[in-house]
Design a protein around this ligand. Structure first.
Ligand SMILES: *Cc1c(COP(=O)(O)O)cnc(C)c1O
Length: 396
């Protein structure tokens, strides 16, 4: 790689960041070392669910940091036990395994799918069906599950036991299920491959197929869970319940934390010794996770996410009408919003950044709006103003 930024020589070139270094953050704003400030609708890819340096989260982390940081899951971690109880009290699940990241939460879930079948006396059922344009992380198992050639190239054996069907196509899913299938993994709202919500009908159809064949239904809510869509979990919009769910990103508000949730049936075979993690859900992570839950579960908070979504989506529709040469359509659910561009999305992102606003890229030539869930109406207005200015400039 040429053009390595001074100071990055020792970094593996898996990332290629712009030359911006942040110094501090406050709410929806990030401040760079050069004094420039940015409206952060990137949120570290939907991680900073309550923006930067939220006092309640900072206090929880500092308080735990003063007590003790780590003790291993070979001992009780009461903060995480409490968080597990709150997650199960508010979801379909009855059991939780904590990890450090989304990919690891998915790895746990993928193991659950296979272990369930083995415990049922069907060890030949190891294959797992994923969806096209999916993203589940960058471990060997999760790249195999998503099957994106850009991510798998050079890394996998010929057959790792995963199949993919087009997202949204129930017939293709039914046709792909064989007597070697263990389960299905998908995102209720796809994120990286272009923001794409699965319809309630689609999710209900997947549930029915899984029941019919006694295979497990796993939802990857690493990005769309934890309030991002205006419900605590995105599957709730469909009225069905999955067997397994992965969480990460927003769950720690910026502290590395992931979780794999399962119902009793799915979790039963995950007995002592079948899985583990050194750090997963350690006392620091547990303390911050509980603080995030405090904020999410405040009366009326999730409804406010939907209100903000309705407001900003209406504003985006107006911008689309005003700038048909720049913008095409708006997609998503809650504050997980994709804006399909008529010009290259990368150009829009660079110009937004120049104008002091950060957004994420997505597939389908979309840019992603992933503001903190507690973003203010004024900040939403500011974002729309900046985008308006950028569209005018790029299509002049
Ligand atoms: C980000 C993401 C992952 C991977 O999470 P990591 O913490 O990067 O391992 C998995 N699934 C979805 C849907 C994601 O958006």
């Amino acid at each position: 790689m040429s053009n390595v930024l001074p100071g990055r020589e020792a970094m593996m070139t898996t990332y290629n960041p712009p030359n911006i270094a942040f110094e501090r953050g406050e709410g929806t704003w990030l401040y760079a070392e050069d004094g420039k400030k940015y409206l952060d609708f990137y949120s570290g890819i939907a991680v900073c669910a309550f923006g930067h340096a939220h006092p309640h989260l900072v206090a929880a982390l500092k308080d735990q940091a003063d007590k003790f940081w780590h003790c291993s899951n070979m001992f009780r971690v009461t903060e995480s036990e409490k968080l597990a109880k709150r997650l199960t009290d508010n979801s379909f699940a009855s059991k939780v395994f904590f990890s450090n990241s989304g990919a690891e939460a998915n790895e746990c879930g993928l193991k659950v799918l296979r272990k369930y079948q083995e415990a049922k006396g069907r060890p030949e059922r190891k294959r797992i069906i994923g969806m096209t344009s999916a993203f589940h992380g960058r471990t060997l198992g999760t790249i195999a599950a998503a099957g994106n050639p850009a991510h798998t190239a050079g890394f996998l054996m010929e057959d790792e036991g995963y199949d993919q069907v087009p997202f949204g196509d129930l017939e293709a899913l039914e046709a792909a299920i064989t007597n070697e299938t263990a389960g299905v993994i998908f995102e209720p709202v796809q994120g990286e491959g272009g923001i794409r919500p699965g319809t309630a009908e689609y999710l209900r159809g997947i549930r029915a197929l899984c029941d019919k064949h006694d295979i497990l239904m796993m939802v990857d809510e690493v990005q769309c869970g934890m309030g991002r869509t205006g419900k605590l979990f995105a599957y709730e919009w469909s009225g069905i319940e999955p067997d397994v769910m992965s969480l990460a990103k927003g769950i720690g508000g910026g502290f590395p934390l992931g979780a794999c949730l399962a119902n009793d049936k799915a979790a039963e075979a995950m007995i002592f010794g079948t899985h583990g993690s050194t750090y997963g859900g350690n006392p620091l992570a547990g303390a911050v996770g509980n603080a995030v839950m405090d904020l999410l579960m405040e009366d009326g908070f999730l409804a406010s996410v939907t209100e903000k979504s309705n407001k900003v989506r209406a504003q985006l529709e107006e911008l689309i009408a005003k700038h048909p040469k720049a913008l095409v359509s708006v997609h998503g659910l809650g504050l997980m919003i994709g804006l399909k561009c008529a010009i290259p999305n990368g150009d829009v992102l660079v110009e937004l950044r120049n104008e002091g606003m950060l957004c994420a890229k997505s597939g389908d030539n979309q840019i992603r709006f992933l503001p903190p869930l507690n973003v203010s109406d004024d900040e939403l207005d500011t974002a729309i103003e900046i985008l308006d200015r950028v569209c005018t400039k790029l299509t002049a």
